[in-house]
Ligand binder design. Structure first.
Ligand code: ATP
Ligand code: MG
Length: 410
């Protein structure tokens, strides 16, 4: 029996004139992913992408692996495997009963929902549903039809080139195609929150570069590896990610030696914002992204955020700002970054931490506390330590980088 994957558009259906460019991105991204799992053809019709195996041999076209890939492409509300039947009711009934027999055997109730995109098909949707329901009941007489609360919904879609039958379609990744929303620079630490923040903005179509600050020897190479592992996990959704790395060692030592201890973290975070703004300018990213969540720690109170934001020269997106830790952890588990995030490596923010950090800092006092430092020289020197590592979802498959960077602004 022939099986295909159907990927159904989410919000991009509403995007009118831009829909074509979004489709181009989606098709390109799906085709890139097919290369890792076998031979498939990818085409689009009626706001649905069809992914068809070119071989019956699962070693050549692994449809389950492809399904997992398709579930990580932003822009689809539903992604599902479906059996293909010829466009006549006998074949539709036969395929539906055969294809769904295994999954329905353990169920008690079901209902059929038919959709006729091809209006030339001679039966109306309720008639198709009734016929298919009858065929399923004949094969599996233990089942009952429940229109209000069925355990399984069997869907029959009569489309251009065939009829497609599936049950219990799974949600897609949602969001907007990656790279359609401009470009952002994510301040990526080894913690739980910033990978989640990067994922959330990537889901809204923002193409994401990452920036990691380290402070060797106070932070280790293992800590850097951990951050690169987190970036690699995000590439499951983004395809690839450039991680820019800057050393804060000298800045941190100067802060330690010259500033009032209570303000250490805040002053450091202000330097981070300046360096992040410079890096963003350098790579052409008009916004920054952080994993801050209001009130989570002393440096994330309203006053503290105001004093660090003052050093950013562009908008800072903080998608976790209104989320509780538990909500952030839930997302982090769902994108598989949690287990890496909780590995116990130090972050530069936890080097030389003050015993009594200010939770309601006044900007004037923070500025006074950092006044001994030669800001321009420290910033210039730190920026020169910058280097970039590119991580990829699949090492040997080329990136689709020509899509990215906001060419298709919403
Ligand atoms: P996270 O879990 O993301 O590390 P956190 O709750 O530990 O966040 P902080 O350490 O105060 O909070 O950091 C707040 C935000 O600052 C982080 O979400 C991240 O965006 C950024 N940040 C912190 N440390 C670094 C770092 N070493 N490199 C880059 N960005 C950082
Ligand atoms: Mg942290």
């Amino acid at each position: 029996m022939k099986e295909v994957i159907l990927c159904k558009y989410g919000e991009i259906i509403l995007k009118g004139a831009n829909k074509g460019s979004f489709e181009t991105i989606l098709l390109k991204e799906l085709r890139r992913r097919t290369k890792a799992v076998g031979n498939f053809s990818v085409r689009v019709a009626q706001s649905t992408v069809y992914i068809e195996p070119e071989s019956d041999d699962p070693f050549e076209s692994d449809i389950d692996a492809m399904l997992e890939q398709a579930k990580k492409v932003f822009g689809f509300v539903a992604v599902t495997k479906a059996a293909v039947a010829e466009k006549n009711i006998d074949d539709i009934c036969r395929v539906a009963a055969d294809y769904l027999a295994d999954s329905l055997r353990t169920k008690k109730t079901f209902k059929c929902e038919a959709k006729r995109a091809d209006k030339k098909f001679p039966m109306k949707s309720p008639e198709i549903s009734a016929e298919v329901g009858g065929a399923i009941l004949e094969k599996l007489p233990h089942l009952r039809v429940s229109l209000d609360a069925p355990e399984t919904v069997v869907r029959i879609e009569v489309r251009d080139r065939g009829a497609y039958i599936h049950a219990d379609q799974t949600p897609g990744a949602g969001g907007i195609p990656y790279g359609c929303g401009g470009k952002g620079l994510l301040l990526l630490s080894g913690g739980i929150d910033s990978p989640v923040a990067g994922y959330m903005m990537a889901k809204r179509g923002l193409s994401v570069d990452a920036l990691y600050f380290e402070s060797i020897p106070y932070t280790s190479l293992r800590a850097r590896e951990k951050v690169l592992t987190l970036a690699k996990k995000l590439t499951e959704y983004t395809g690839f990610m450039r991680v820019h790395i800057i050393s804060l060692t000298k800045i941190q030592e100067m802060i330690r030696d010259n500033c009032e201890e209570d303000y250490f973290t805040l002053i450091l975070r202000r330097f981070m914002m300046r360096l992040a703004s410079m890096t963003a300018e350098h790579i052409g990213a008009p916004v920054l992204i952080t994993g801050e969540s209001l009130g989570q720690v002393a440096s994330q109170t309203t006053a503290a955020i105001c004093s660090t934001e003052a050093e950013a020269d562009r908008p800072v997106f903080r998608p976790c700002i209104g989320l509780d830790k538990e909500e952030i952890i839930k997302i982090s588990r769902s994108i598989d970054t949690f287990d890496t995030s909780i590995e116990p490596y130090e972050d530069c923010c936890t080097v030389f931490t003050p015993r009594h950090p200010r939770t309601r800092p006044e900007l004037a006092k923070v500025i006074a506390a950092e006044s001994e430092l030669d800001h321009e020289a420290l910033i210039r020197e730190a920026f020169e330590t910058r280097f970039t590592v590119t991580v990829r979802q699949f090492e040997d498959i080329p990136d689709t980088s020509d899509n990215l960077g906001g060419n298709y602004e919403l």
